[in-house]
Design a protein around this ligand. Structure first.
Ligand code: NAD
Ligand code: VAL
Length: 352
């Protein structure tokens, strides 16, 4: 096993106000300041939180590189154990601790919302530095990233559907969406508007009522991946595509926002062997970060930022062409694009 550390910085600290473990992992700044959301969730041990931060920050490097963003990849984690109650006060002090840590990077690591955090939490982080994207509009941010992320996934999904079914519209197709949260509900609405048969699933039983009220079908979480479908959208958690689930998938196209869907890279080959087109998560899910960075750091108008997000569809078409001509998977094609960008920035840096 390689002992090389792939990451530029990994900071682990016990928050001085909250006592909670804080982790900031910066995978790469080759293309610009590292960016990646702040995750606040329970882990069996803080070391599991560290592993999550390491994997997610690497994926952010690839997400930014393939999306053509001049940013690198990072991620932060506030690791809560299974016994400690997350009171509003603990939440606030943990965010203050993280805000202080992020400020110490002086802009070379910037964050945004992720699992367990939202726009209001960015307001707390911004007490310490401006480097937290997606705060509510009244606080100088662009708000919830779920909408733009859903827009990007829909663009990726249409490109994939054109390739797999010869029709991008998805009219009459059955689409199962696992995870009916901020992004999943936006994808469901976009597909239902185009006449798709939308079936959703969520671990929270209370989401069933909202799903049925919107006219969607419902499948229990344990059956979501194997339910009859043309298209499967993982929109909940990572690690859902593995040796057990892949043989059960009935869909011919899998595309969704959940970060780190594969347990291991070789699962991409297993999907391809079954004739399933899988759009890499870091390609499909780039809409939220692309929109926020375009608006908040690059002064794009809403329309221009939205167009950039829609461009994810063209990226997927390009990846499909590359993968087809090289006889490889979309994952390898995406890796090649990202690694080429990262290598050329390396050459530029050495030429200076
Ligand atoms: N929000 C964004 O802008 C964004 C951007 C990129 C990637 N992502 C990723 O997309 C995924 C969804 O993000 P979100 O913002 O919609 O989160 P969310 O928290 O709003 O929604 C996730 C939903 O999934 C449900 N869920 C959790 N475990 C589940 C399971 N095993 N089966 C079915 N449902 C389950 C939750 O109850 C919740 O309703 C996450 O993995 C996130 O990291 C989000
Ligand atoms: C908003 C952004 C940082 C998002 N959480 C992502 O994973 O892309």
């Amino acid at each position: 096993m390689s002992q090389a550390l792939a990451h530029e910085d990994v900071i682990i600290r016990r928050g001085r106000r909250s006592g909670l473990p804080l982790i900031v992992a910066v995978h790469s700044r080759a293309l610009g300041p590292a960016v990646g959301g702040c995750r606040l969730r329970r882990y069996d041990t803080w070391q599991h939180g560290l592993a999550d931060a390491l994997r997610l920050s690497e994926a952010m490097t690839y997400k930014a590189a393939v999306a053509g963003l001049d940013f690198g990849g990072g991620k932060s984690v506030i690791a809560l154990d299974n016994d400690t109650a997350l009171t509003p006060q603990l939440r606030e002090t943990a965010l203050e601790d993280l805000g202080e840590l992020i400020a110490s990077f002086q802009g070379s690591y910037r964050t945004g919302p992720d699992v367990g955090t939202g726009p209001e939490d960015m307001v707390v982080l911004r007490r310490f530095s401006p480097y937290a994207y997606c705060a509510p509009e009244g606080h100088g941010g662009t708000g919830n990233s779920g909408g733009p992320t859903a827009t990007g996934v829909l663009a990726a999904l249409r490109a994939g559907a054109r390739h797999v079914f010869g029709d991008a519209s998805c009219t009459g197709r059955t689409v199962v969406i696992s995870g009916f949260g901020s992004v999943g509900s936006g994808i469901a609405a976009g597909l239902a508007a185009k006449g798709a048969h939308v079936v959703v699933s969520d671990l929270e039983a209370s989401r069933k009522e909202a799903a049925l009220a919107s006219g969607y079908g419902w499948v229990e979480p344990g059956q979501a991946l194997s339910a009859p479908a043309d298209i499967l959208v993982p929109a909940a958690v990572g690690g859902v595509l593995n040796d057990v689930t892949v043989p059960q998938i009935t869909a011919r196209l899998v595309v969704g926002p959940a970060n780190n869907q594969l347990t291991e890279e070789r699962v991409a080959d297993a999907l391809a062997e079954r004739g399933i087109v899988w759009v890499p998560d870091y390609v499909a899910s780039a809409g939220g970060i692309a929109y926020a960075l375009s608006r908040e750091s690059e002064n794009y108008s809403h329309e221009a930022a939205q167009k950039r997000v829609e461009g994810i569809g063209d990226t997927v078409t390009r990846l499909l062409d590359l993968a087809l001509s090289a006889g490889t998977t979309l994952l390898r094609a995406a890796q090649q694009i990202a690694e080429r960008r990262l290598a050329s920035s390396d050459l530029e840096a050495h030429a200076v």
